[in-house]
Design a protein around this ligand. Structure first.
Ligand SMILES: [Zn+2]
Length: 478
């Protein structure tokens, strides 16, 4: 049967005959007409467009439990508690009806049942239907805010719905609806979201749009990761490259309280960088205190490490040694190893020998923070992705065709979160790179056997020395 809107002339075609209606709402201009026949429909008012997306399309054929129905009504209600609910009426060729209903946190299908089949037990706020008990759980008062197609109630009056949930199977319920001074009973079953949405054609469209938005979100993620890597590279320009120098030096002396001057080396570059010493320090006398000084041969500036003690290690005579020198200017330097006996004034008059086998690394940047931030940004975009693509944001996703990257960044403040993240990343990098009060520190560790291979310090002793160890750089301290 066809219904032509008397206001805008839009033709609504239904593949089924509908009777017993009390009105009709045009799907195009939203005009509401009252009347019991198509011919006698009279204009009442005009609804505004629905605020929340509706899954069903007027006139579409849907399948539910092997039955086919045509959608003849779409209604959107607004409850007193401030939530939207949709109801779609389906009718099949045998004039059997079905009601599909969804809201913020539910989706269900309902069938009309006879009033006589339900026994109300008002004292216990429950009812009985087919030997099953149902408990009253929700009472909602609601008004119609939008409709389309045939209507069977006065859309201008409010209705009250009482929901009784079955005690044995909570997926089943009885709905008692008061409308137009009448009461109607429905038997309902809650459906999973996916199972419900799949009933309607619009859902397939929605899935395609969701993929479109998902792709844009993935692109935003990829761009953010690349931008972060580029920022890291720019902010740490000049720090990323590193130079290493290796030394193996042996210092004999007559006394334990001595100063030994190491070979000179040049730290190249144009800005201060960190200098790390990793090595093995060995002294035949124990216990002995060791301090390392880094001397700038041009300015004579001296940077001292802390003092380490060579304990009487029962495995061997060596200690693993790590010194972080903070922010060293480029230039020519040498190290001075200062030893002293730990028992103070009484110097040991012995054949003392100190062996220093070490590697210096100038420059280099830690990637830990970058890696943490890269993981962080992937997680951040991932969280927003699952939030934005969640079914509760279907109205946003359904706009997919018109959605640009800017719309997505504006949604749920994804853009603000990303900007904050980048600002944090840049601030930490700038702070670390500009910080001048980093401390020079020294750590020692025991080497576990005489081959040094069991050491927790990963630098291995090189017995053959390396180029440059005793090179001819002069040292003013010799
Ligand atoms: Zn119309």
């Amino acid at each position: 049967m066809d219904v032509i809107c008397k206001k805008c002339g839009h033709a609504h075609r239904f593949k089924i005959e509908v009777t017993d209606f009390s009105g009709f709402v045009c799907a195009k201009c939203h005009s509401y007409f009252k009347g019991k026949t198509v011919e006698t429909l009279t204009y009442v008012k005009e609804f505004s467009a629905p605020l929340v997306m509706q899954w069903a399309t007027l006139g579409e054929s849907v399948k539910f439990k092997r039955n086919s129905y045509y959608i003849i009504s779409k209604i959107q209600r607004f409850t007193k508690s401030g939530e939207y609910g949709n109801e779609f009426v389906g009718l099949n060729a045998n004039q059997d009806d079905i009601y599909f209903s969804d809201g913020v946190d539910y989706a269900c299908a309902l069938h009309t049942i006879d009033r006589e089949q339900v026994t109300l037990l008002p004292k216990s706020n429950s009812c009985k239907f087919g030997n099953r008990h149902y408990d009253l759980e929700y009472t909602e008062e609601q008004t119609v805010v939008y409709a389309e197609g045939f209507v069977f109630e006065n859309l201008e009056s409010t209705s009250t719905t009482l929901t009784y949930i079955q005690t044995v199977n909570e997926d089943r319920f009885i709905s008692q609806e008061f409308i137009d001074n009448d009461v109607q009973y429905y038997q309902g079953i809650y459906l999973g979201d996916e199972g419900y949405y799949k009933i309607f054609d619009t859902y397939n469209d929605y899935i395609a749009r969701k993929e479109g938005v998902g792709t844009k979100l993935r692109n935003i993620g990829v761009f953010a990761v690349l931008l972060l890597a580029v920022l890291f590279w720019v902010l740490n320009w000049g720090q990323i490259g590193k130079d290493t120098y290796k030394f193996d030096e042996k210092f004999p002396a007559k006394k334990a309280n001595s100063e030994f001057v190491g070979a000179s080396f040049e730290l190249k570059g144009d800005k201060p960088k960190k200098l790390v010493l990793e090595g093995i320090s060995e002294s035949k006398s124990h216990p002995i205190q060791l301090m390392i000084k880094l001397v700038n041969e041009k300015t004579n500036e001296i940077i001292e490490s802390g003092t380490a003690v060579h304990e009487n290690n029962d495995v061997n005579y060596a200690s693993g040694l790590t010194v972080d020198f903070c922010r060293i200017q480029p230039g020519i330097y040498h190290l001075v190893f200062v030893t002293s006996s730990t028992n103070g004034a009484a110097d040991m008059d012995v054949n003392f020998e100190l062996t220093e086998d070490y590697k210096l690394t100038y420059g280099g940047t830690s990637y830990t923070f970058l890696i943490l931030c890269l993981v962080g940004i992937v997680v951040l975009v991932g969280i927003f992705r699952s939030k934005i693509l969640a079914i509760k944001n279907k109205d946003f996703v359904a706009r997919a065709e018109g959605l640009g990257y800017f719309d997505i960044l504006k949604f749920d403040r994804l853009g603000v979160a990303l900007v904050a993240f980048f600002a944090f990343f840049v601030a930490v990098n700038l702070f670390v790179n500009s910080s001048t009060d980093c401390r020079t520190t020294m750590r020692t560790s025991n080497l576990e056997d005489h081959t040094y291979t069991g050491s927790r310090s990963h630098y291995r002793r090189s017995f053959y020395g390396s180029g440059g160890s005793y090179s001819g750089y002069g040292s003013g301290h010799k």
